[in-house]
Design a binder for this molecule. Structure first.
Ligand code: CO
Length: 148
């Protein structure tokens, strides 16, 4: 495993729409392993492929209850609402207040291409929404009500 550089705000990579990940090979597994190492090192709760310079639709999330790898994630259900502070490893030392659903259900594939369904509430729902947004070039600052 190896730590990767995190792309920072201002780099146009963060504004691109990512393409579907079609292969579930060693190369993908290596990138996912590297992303986990990078996220844990930076003490983040999520990281999306474009943040390490890869314009493909996958991301990882770990809010403290285990690592989730989401390949080609699609949020299929949202309910409730939460308003809270959010940050991003690509926008260091900044936070903003963002409204998100309280509960989400996401369909995706795992690293082997198997279909999976993941549910999240509270912080996990927030993190999933934030990371899936990254895959469409959307950053939390686009949705933040208050910036600090
Ligand atoms: Co982010």
């Amino acid at each position: 495993m190896a730590k990767r550089n995190i792309v920072k705000l201002g780099d146009e990579i963060l504004r691109k729409v990512c393409r579907t990940q079609l292969t579930f090979d060693d190369r993908l597994h290596q990138i996912l392993d590297d992303m986990a190492e990078t996220m844990y090192d930076a003490e983040g709760v999520g990281l999306a492929a474009p943040q390490v310079g890869i314009l493909r639709r996958f991301c990882i999330v770990d809010v403290g209850d285990g690592l989730i790898e989401l390949i080609n994630p699609v949020i299929i259900e949202k309910s409730g609402e939460q308003v809270g502070e959010e940050g991003c490893l690509s926008i260091p030392d900044k936070y903003g207040t963002v409204k998100r659903p309280m509960n989400v259900t996401v369909k995706a594939q795992d690293r082997y291409g198997n279909n999976i369904t993941v549910k999240g509430e509270e912080l996990k729902a927030r993190a999933i929404c934030h990371e899936v947004d990254h895959l469409d070039g959307i950053l939390y600052i686009d949705k933040a009500e208050k910036k600090c």
